[in-house]
Design a protein around this ligand. Sequence first.
Ligand code: FAD
Length: 241
Amino acid sequence: MPHWYKGVVSDIRPLTETTRHYTIKVEDEEEFSFTPGQFITLDLPIGEKRLQRWRSYSIASAPNGNNNIELCIVRTDDGSGTRYFFEDVNVGTELKFKGPEGVFVIPSDLEETEIVLLCTGTGIAPFRSMLHHIRQQNLKFKKIHLIFGTRYEEGILYKDELDKMKADYPNFEYEVALSRMEHPDYYHGYIHSIYMKKYNEVTQDRRFYVCGWSGMLDEAVANLTEKLGYDKSQIRFELYG
Ligand SMILES: Cc1cc2nc3c(=O)[nH]c(=O)nc-3n(C[C@H](O)[C@H](O)[C@H](O)COP(=O)(O)OP(=O)(O)OC[C@H]3O[C@@H](n4cnc5c(N)ncnc54)[C@H](O)[C@@H]3O)c2cc1C
């Protein structure tokens, strides 16, 4: 039987018109331990049957030795889970959740492996956790390249943090692809064109981490394996749905 925790929402911050950053304080625990990249599953009061109510969210913060966790959630058009988050959840709302779970976690061989992180929208959440962890723990890494996709400039999540990471670490690269808008600072199109061009020569010491919804994720995995020839073992992914 999983252990169910009680969390209380302590802060809600809008990131875009449809995306919010939630801070949750885990009650009755001094520390909530997890590995960067893992997710929790909430039992939301949105249905009779257990499986109708469960929604998973990647933890967007790094383990800090305390009992706060942060989530980054996008509102979907007809989704009952995100409707609950956006219409009914306020500071002080109690949430029931289990976890942490998942094997899509920060690589242990950061110093030897070149890491390419691919995501769209809130798929950035586990990567934010990993990058904060690297910063806080002062972990050494060979090279990390984050490629983030969204439709418009307004959709770029955690831009200030990522710009700062790029300024502070010469071996951290960060690129944005805007699919529906031209902008002098960003690539116009989908994330796929960026890694297809840049990583078209296969090397064994490179690994790709892909996070998000099936449209983007399936295409990325197919491109990397079938078109570029990477081995499946060089690709890790977290599918949101
Ligand atoms: C391991 C894991 C981690 C996740 N982490 C996050 C996270 O950090 N942040 C986050 O926002 N979501 C995350 N999700 C997705 C989340 O669990 C819900 O599926 C999402 O919030 C939609 O829930 P809903 O109840 O509003 O919609 P539902 O009523 O459950 O879904 C409606 C339909 O829309 C699809 N859908 C939902 N959202 C999108 C989208 N943006 N693009 C395309 N199709 C979509 C669903 O697959 C479903 O078919 C994660 C999912 C998993 C499995």
